[in-house]
Write a protein that binds this ligand. Structure first.
Ligand code: UD1
Length: 367
């Protein structure tokens, strides 16, 4: 049996870890092959950024919470490293499995490797090339010390090869975020706002914004939202507001009868809305993948992406961060010329099982 630490910290981690936990539980029948402890760093702590996802995605209560809370990048990194190191020093682990690209991912990978605990990185190898984003630094640092790379695409494999990673460390398994999406699609929940606003399929747009490049500068954020309102053909805009954005937007006095700013939503409610929407406008990475699989037109307000297959194969288009890009994109959407897209290889709902099979094979190698 091997002991594995599963690390989560921020909202996009929860949908990536859930299928791995469920696959471990399936693989442990009849013999327990893997003992895991789920460790929450506490990077996201509001109920609607964290706890709701545990309930909806049937993730067990974490064995430990490092309660790092808010702070600068360095404060969060340091706090998580100190907390996780203490844990490992008290009770060591055979493997530290991290997912995605958030601060918690990088901090735990560093703490583990310094105590000679090997690291597995789920979603390893993806790169935006944009080193102004904290996530890109997290990806580069994490991958530079990862032992086992579980990848979502051939592009990620190539990025790793270019960095000199050996073929035997790369496992192209697909996308655990899509496992969660496909498993939960039949249970998506109609949010209250649906009836309150009398929403109709394909007759509203979903908006999410939280990247510093879009939200930290007040005038820019206001201009972006104004352009979206101006060119959205009278459709309602549903905007679940991330806490980071909420802090900035509250002082801007933005209000419009068609702009509906709501609290961050649960996973099942949010994806109910996305699945039925005319389009999504976002600066998130994960949402571009979900929109691709659900065939929903997606406009990304970023200059680059670490998920190029959502563009080459999926429904996503990069608009950049200039508000002037909104108008032509909306014209394309409303003239029904948006591309249809297809689904990337191995984004099929079975990635968690593939990862756990590989982990179990390594168990046998241990014995
Ligand atoms: C983090 C991730 C980002 C991910 C996003 C999804 C990093 C570097 N970034 O960004 O990749 O897309 O999560 O949500 O790890 N806050 C709350 N309540 C919470 C959590 C945060 O109010 O539960 C506030 C914090 O006080 C802070 C702001 O939101 O002011 C940003 O939180 P932080 O965790 O630093 O990064 P995110 O912008 O959420």
């Amino acid at each position: 049996m091997i002991k594995i630490d599963l690390i989560v910290g921020a909202r996009p981690n929860f949908m990536k870890i859930a299928p791995i936990i469920h696959a471990i539980e399936r693989a442990n029948i009849p013999n327990q092959l893997i003992e895991y402890r789920l460790i929450h760093t506490g990077q996201h702590y509001d109920a609607n950024m964290s706890e709701t996802f545990f309930q909806q995605l049937e993730i067990p209560k974490p064995a430990f919470n490092l309660n790092v809370g808010s702070g600068t990048q360095a404060e969060q990194t340091a706090g998580i490293m100190i907390g996780y190191e203490k844990l490992l020093l008290t009770d060591n682990s055979d493997l530290c499995l991290v997912v995605g690209d958030v601060t918690s991912t990088m901090a735990c990978a560093i703490a583990a490797r310094k105590l000679l605990v090997p690291v597995a990185h789920v979603e390893g190898g993806i790169r935006s090339g944009d080193e102004t984003m904290p996530e890109e630094i997290n990806r580069m640092v994490t991958d530079s010390i990862t032992n086992y790379f579980f990848t979502t695409s051939e592009v990620a494999n190539q990025n790793l090869r270019k960095n000199g990673v050996k073929e035997e460390s790369i496992f192209f398994v697909g996308n655990t975020m899509i496992d969660t999406l496909l498993k939960n699609r039949p249970r998506f929940l109609k949010p209250e706002i649906w009836d309150e606003l009398n929403l109709k399929e394909k007759e509203y747009i979903v908006l999410t914004l939280h990247r510093p490049a879009n939200v930290d500068e007040e005038a820019k954020l206001k201009e972006l939202i104004d352009e979206i309102i101006a060119h959205s053909h009278n459709l309602p805009l549903i905007f679940p507001v991330h806490p980071r954005t909420a802090k900035i937007i509250s002082g801007l006095g933005i209000s419009h009868p068609r702009l509906h700013m709501v609290e961050p939503m649960g996973y099942l409610e949010f994806n109910y809305l996305v699945e039925r929407s005319k389009a999504v406008i976002t600066d998130s990475g994960g949402i571009t993948e979900e929109a691709t699989v659900m065939g929903v037109p997606c406009m990304t307000l970023r200059e680059n992406t670490e998920r190029p297959e959502t563009i080459t194969m999926g429904t996503n288009e990069l608009l950049g961060i200039d508000p002037k890009a909104i108008k032509p994109a909306m014209e394309k959407l409303f003239s029904e010329k948006w591309k249809k897209g297809s689904i990337p290889e191995k984004w099929d709902g079975n990635t968690g099982d593939r990862i756990v099979k590989i982990l179990c094979e390594s168990v046998h190698a241990y014995q």
